[in-house]
Design a protein around this ligand. Structure first.
Ligand SMILES: *Cc1c(COP(=O)(O)O)cnc(C)c1O
Length: 345
């Protein structure tokens, strides 16, 4: 079975797991005067992460969801309006900030243009209303197929945000995929946002965790938010150690995932009914099955019967995600299965 459901399916290898055995540990929930916890491995990861994205401080979170929601709940209060993209993960999938039981925030929406860049006129129109308290971006953008917001777009948006004094949070669950595609260091992208979250548990291949980065003051407040969410941990160095290993070893290999994704897409030209994502940029490939006469669920069930495990993602699309452990041959075989399925429709 070729399993392309998500890049969260990476399994830690032995050398990654071995880092846990020798990591110095302590109680991360016990804070010193500076607000730092007592687990040296967590502190090392948070400092490494902050340095990579060019921010003052970092905060280890159990998941990308917690990282994003801790950010929104720190920037905003109940009743505040948060400006999100119409297909943003932190709204569509996570929801906490907008849930009447939790964040109780209001939502304003902007769209992406035909080049998958946030529509700046829409954003400025929203800023002009005077009610927006936070702008959220997503890079790479999951539901449009791993597309990237360019440095030029980020700069343009940040200039607007500065003009209207509105903070910007970036959901960078796959930030390193974006930086790789755009050929710029992550810090160069992140200079145009006030807070950023990225995941260790996706393409970077660690089993658990994400980090939220921002100014010292912001991270201090976010740490309190994380505690309210039940996210303060103890010997979390056992999570941080594999994440450090991921940062030290697994960033350059993301190119392999991008190459495998492109290889698969290249094999899917001239299909009869399945519409293949045109501008494949990173490790995600979307197939629109609207014209196939079957539901996305049925399409995935038929693919699974042929040895390819994929899943519906949004509207009429199904998603293929390439990650560590998926080979070029897997990518070719996956394409062959999709071609065969398309021919049968
Ligand atoms: C996966 C993902 C998240 C959340 O990460 P979890 O660790 O699964 O909570 C957030 N944003 C995007 C774009 C994602 O793809």
């Amino acid at each position: 079975m070729i399993d392309l459901r998500s890049d969260t399916l990476t399994i830690p290898d032995r050398s990654m797991l071995e880092t846990i055995l020798t990591a110095p540990l302590g109680d991360d929930g016990r804070l010193d005067a500076e607000g730092r916890g007592e687990d040296p491995t967590v502190n090392k990861l948070e400092d490494m992460s902050a340095a990579l994205v060019g921010k003052q401080a970092g905060l280890l979170c159990t998941s990308g969801t917690m990282g994003n929601q801790a950010a929104v709940l720190t920037w905003c209060r109940p009743g505040d309006t948060v400006l999100v993209n119409d297909l943003q993960h932190l709204d569509r999938s996570e929801k906490t900030a907008f849930d009447p039981r939790f964040g109780q925030m209001k939502k304003a929406v902007y769209h992406l243009d035909e080049n998958f860049q946030p529509a700046t006129e829409e954003i400025e129109d929203q800023f002009r209303t005077g009610s927006i308290k936070l702008l959220c971006l997503e890079n790479t953008h999951n539901y449009t197929g791993g597309t990237c917001i360019t440095e030029a777009s980020l700069k343009k948006i940040y200039d607007l945000a500065l003009k209207y004094s509105i903070p910007v949070h970036m959901d960078g669950a796959r930030l390193f995929n974006a930086a790789l595609y755009l050929k710029v260091p992550v810090s160069q992208l992140c200079q145009y946002v006030d807070s950023v979250q990225f995941c260790f548990s996706k393409g970077l291949g660690a089993p658990v965790g994400s980090v939220l980065c921002g100014s010292k003051e912001f991270i201090k407040a976010a740490k309190e938010t994380r505690k309210l969410m039940g996210g303060a941990m103890r010997q979390a160095g056992i999570i941080a150690a594999p994440a450090i290993y991921a940062l030290e070893h697994n960033i350059p290999r993301l190119q392999e995932d991008h190459d495998n994704c492109a290889t698969c897409a290249a094999q899917l030209q001239n299909l009869k009914k399945v519409i293949v994502q045109k501008d494949v940029q990173t490790n995600i490939l979307m197939l629109d099955v609207a014209q196939t006469g079957i539901t996305p669920q049925e399409f995935c069930a038929r693919a699974k019967a042929k040895g390819l495990w994929i899943r519906p993602i949004i509207n009429t699309s199904v998603r293929l995600v390439f990650y560590k452990g998926i080979t070029r041959q897997d990518a070719l075989n996956a394409a062959a299965i999709i071609r065969e399925l398309d021919a049968e429709l």
